[in-house]
Design a protein around this ligand. Structure first.
Ligand code: SF4
Ligand code: SF4
Length: 202
């Protein structure tokens, strides 16, 4: 993954007409976090392991929400590159639950059918949910195979790029060729939970 130049240093002006005054209230309601409390201290971005790969970083996305710049926040690659590690929330002096805000923004991006900020990462999410739907848990070989086909097609690069590391992982017992499934009632429950989200129709 390449380092990402930050968008807030862009010369493009922010237009007041693009601002949705209800957006920060909607986020606060769902995420249980009042983002107006944010001090823009950047502690969250300072501790974020993915900050260098994000277009705004967590503090930048919090600012977009406060400014009501909904589309900018929902199409940002930050929300997809977030690992959900909660480091930001742990260091935030205002106890803002940033990881749950990121979850909400991802859901909203899919619900509103906006372009995702990182297509291959979104495909990874989709493939993970597909394999979890089938088996009730993630089957890594299936996940990697589907992800390669979706993002790289059927060419030789897709099949041989990770062949050596894949062999090593199989020999170390980290990858299993056959999926391990949970019981059918559990699989049905997992499917029900996953199908309730907006991802399936995206
Ligand atoms: S650490 Fe908390 S208060 Fe500071 S910028 Fe991030 S969200 Fe805002
Ligand atoms: S939860 Fe996301 S935004 Fe927060 S520190 Fe981890 S990767 Fe960064």
């Amino acid at each position: 993954m390449e380092r990402e130049p930050k968008k807030f240093s862009s010369p493009e002006p922010i237009k007041v007409s693009d601002s949705d005054p209800h957006f920060s209230k909607e986020v606060a309601k769902v995420a249980g976090t009042d983002l107006n409390a944010c001090l823009t201290c950047m502690s969250c971005s300072g501790g974020c392991p993915m900050y260098q790969y994000m277009d705004y970083g967590p503090h930048g996305v919090m600012r977009l929400i406060v400014l009501g710049l909904k589309k900018e926040a929902l199409t940002s690659n930050t929300i997809w590159r977030c690992l959900g590690c909660h480091t930001c929330a742990a260091v935030c002096p205002m106890a803002i639950n940033i990881a749950s805000v990121m979850d909400y923004l991802r859901q909203e991006c899919l619900t509103e059918k906006l372009p995702v900020g990182d297509k291959p990462l979104w495909e990874f999410h989709r493939c993970m949910m597909n394999t979890a739907r089938r088996h009730g848990r993630v089957h890594k070989v299936e996940l990697m195979t589907e992800h390669k086909i979706r993002t790289m097609g059927l060419g030789p690069k897709a099949w041989f790029q990770d062949a050596i590391i894949g062999q090593k992982m199989i020999l170390m017992g980290k990858l299993h060729v056959m999926p391990s499934r949970i019981m059918s009632t559990g699989r049905a429950q997992v499917r029900k939970i996953l199908d309730a989200g907006p991802w399936k129709n995206y």
